[in-house]
Design a protein around this ligand. Structure first.
Ligand SMILES: NC(=O)c1ccc[n+]([C@@H]2O[C@H](COP(=O)([O-])OP(=O)(O)OC[C@H]3O[C@@H](n4cnc5c(N)ncnc54)[C@H](OP(=O)(O)O)[C@@H]3O)[C@@H](O)[C@H]2O)c1
Length: 229
């Protein structure tokens, strides 16, 4: 990955921090983005912090422009950013929850893909990896807003894969099960954490999809889960 410029959204979250560490270890130039990210979050020379709210179209356009201004290229986009809300049936879901799930899980992806694709297409090793959710493959009561937009994310990324095959741009979606993150431990303190997917394992898969060896893998959905029965 040395010499490549990689943008990671949601870079300091439960999964994003592992993905960021993995790419940094390859020697790639890693631009880590979230609203509150700072250089101190990953204090190594090949890391750059890009504070941006991905639910704002103009801010996303400016952020991608700043990467091109600084490095002159963008080779890999890893769109980790997403958000979860559950517990309400569709009939009980309020506007704020619906809009938050839409903005975090779908609109953010649209904005960053739209801004990044023209630059990715110019790279010789261009890759898009997005993070969906294993849960969103099937309907689940109480998760209507979350899984509606995670499912739509899959359609969006697969469409991008089709539209950009001509340029050799690959686009794939990783579908993690429940991960062993600090937030999940706090939310489900009685669960058996050993059965959850380790974020490091999901990060390895993301890195592999960005590697030379995955040059011919595109438009796929790859489930990855822990030791759940
Ligand atoms: N955790 C799980 O068990 C699980 C299971 C399946 C799928 N997933 C998916 O995996 C991905 C990562 O999940 P996670 O649990 O690791 O997430 P997380 O810990 O909640 O991290 C989310 C990250 O996104 C950033 N963020 C939030 N809103 C933002 C915005 N408007 N603009 C820019 N950045 C924003 C946050 O940083 P700031 O606060 O600094 O913005 C944070 O770094 C998500 O797509 C999630 O849906 C998670």
């Amino acid at each position: 990955m040395s010499g490549r410029v990689v943008l990671i959204t949601g870079a300091k979250g439960g999964l994003g921090s592992f993905v960021t560490q993995r790419f940094l270890a390859t020697g790639a130039t890693v631009v880590g983005a979230s609203r509150s990210i700072a250089p101190e979050d990953f204090p190594v020379p090949n890391f750059a912090a890009l504070p941006v709210d991905f639910t704002k179209a103009a801010a996303v356009d400016r952020a991608i422009g700043s990467i091109i201004d600084r490095y002159g290229r963008l080779d890999v986009l890893v769109h980790v950013l997403g958000g979860f809300a559950g517990g309400a049936s569709v009939a009980e879901t309020d506007d704020a929850t619906w809009e938050q799930m839409r903005d975090l899980n779908l609109t953010s992806a649209f904005y960053v893909l739209r801004a990044a694709i023209p630059h990715l297409r110019k790279s010789a090793a261009e890759r898009i990896v997005a993070i969906g959710s294993l849960t969103a493959l099937e309907p689940h009561a109480g998760l209507g807003a979350y899984l509606t937009f995670k499912s739509a994310l899959v359609s969006l990324v697969r469409t991008v894969a089709l539209e950009n095959k001509d340029a050799g741009l690959t686009a794939n979606v990783v579908l993690p099960g429940t991960m062993d993150t600090p937030a999940n431990r706090k939310a489900m303190p009685r669960a058996d954490f050993s059965k959850w997917l380790k974020p490091a394992d999901a990060a390895d898969l993301v890195l592999w999809l960005a590697d030379e060896r995955a040059a011919h893998i595109t438009e796929t959905l790859i489930p990855i889960d822990g030791a759940n029965p």
